[in-house]
Design a protein around this ligand. Structure first.
Ligand SMILES: [Mn+2]
Length: 344
């Protein structure tokens, strides 16, 4: 049975857990938690988080957002990558031992970029946007938004920056080779630990940003990434927002059909945008590129029976930095979709 999980917080406290219970949920996710450990997360810190959730009757379903500094050399193929891989393996084993089933990660050393955050959403809601044609200007003006949860202490994960430049000369095929190295080393560890490593697609899914290639940027690329190792513990964190940015509803339905058919959907970020690369902006569910009901039905028809969750949400009036109001709207929307889908 599909279910909804609440997440995208960096800190799990009792208020967050109460909010999840008030929304009628049984599980939560945490993104880039501040856990003890240098280069890896220690068992004790993970177990404490799991216990904190369990004490409120909630399951910690997933941890995502492996800090970029844990595996930047792996992504870039630099000396020191084997040491980082050994540390990621340690993290995976600690997660498994603590009973966390999913580790979400991405393969973008330069992270998520946006060129705008304006009250241009429905009713004046603040939404972020990306326009490839604006990147150079935003970088020059210092208004480029770069998501670095590992560097900020705010719920809003974006930091303003002049844009990162990468002069390593890494080409797309080099990055694919680095991904192959990463996957080949860690899939067996994940299997042994009983943890599913879940790859988040690139956001924005363009070919290059800051002089560095992006490779997980089309539905076939996701399929390719899943063909590198043959392991039930190597799956996709299907961010529908990122896939919608690639090609709207067609891309979303294709990825659900192809990945779902291979049992490669770990869990789902259920959000949408208006427009596709090179230019899109975020929005509320139901006004974006895809029909949410068709997409939820496609997930069910593909045999997916895991969890879907909130991701980025527009900022509405008087909301908190965590966006409780907008998240409650998204969660309620998803619960309604699931109820509707299952009563077909
Ligand atoms: Mn996402």
């Amino acid at each position: 049975m599909m279910r909804v999980v609440l997440g995208q917080t960096q800190d799990i406290d009792n208020e967050f857990l109460s909010f999840a219970k008030q929304l009628g949920l049984h599980g939560v996710q945490v993104n880039t938690p501040r856990l003890p450990g240098d280069g890896s997360w220690e068992y004790g810190g993970i177990a404490e988080l799991v216990e904190k959730c369990a004490s409120q009757g909630l399951e910690l379903e997933a941890i995502e957002g492996l800090p970029i500094r844990f595996y930047d050399k792996v992504m870039r193929g630099l000396p020191g990558r084997d040491e980082q891989i050994a540390n990621v393996a340690k993290t995976i084993r600690n997660l498994g031992r603590a009973g966390v089933r999913y580790l979400g990660y991405h393969f973008m050393p330069l992270s998520v970029w946006r060129t705008g955050n304006l009250p241009s959403g429905r009713g004046g809601a603040y939404v972020t946007s990306f326009d490839a044609g604006q990147v150079a200007v935003a970088a020059r003006n210092g208004t480029l938004l770069i998501s670095r949860r590992d560097l900020t202490s705010e719920h809003d994960s974006f930091v303003k920056g002049e844009g990162l430049r990468d002069g390593s000369g890494c080409r797309a095929e080099d990055l694919w080779e680095n991904y192959r190295y990463f996957a080949t080393a860690l899939a067996p560890v994940a299997e042994q630990a009983g943890v599913i490593c879940a790859l988040h697609p690139d956001d924005p899914p363009v070919n290059e940003l800051g002089g560095f290639p992006r490779i997980i940027n089309t539905p076939p690329a996701l399929d390719r990434a899943m063909s590198i190792v043959d392991s039930p513990c190597w799956q996709v964190l299907l961010c529908l927002g990122s896939v919608s940015e690639m090609g709207g509803e067609d891309a979303v339905l294709e990825s659900i059909r192809v990945l779902g058919g291979r049992n490669k959907i770990a869990y789902v970020h259920f959000r949408d945008v208006k427009g596709t690369v090179p230019s899109f902006k975020e929005c509320f569910l139901g006004e974006g590129n895809f029909n949410p009901m068709r997409v939820m039905a496609a997930l069910q028809d593909a045999g997916f029976d895991g969890f879907v969750m909130d991701d980025h949400v527009p900022a509405v009036i008087n909301d908190t930095s965590y966006h409780h109001r907008a998240r409650a709207y998204a969660v309620g929307y998803l619960q309604g979709l699931i109820a509707g889908t299952e009563s077909r």
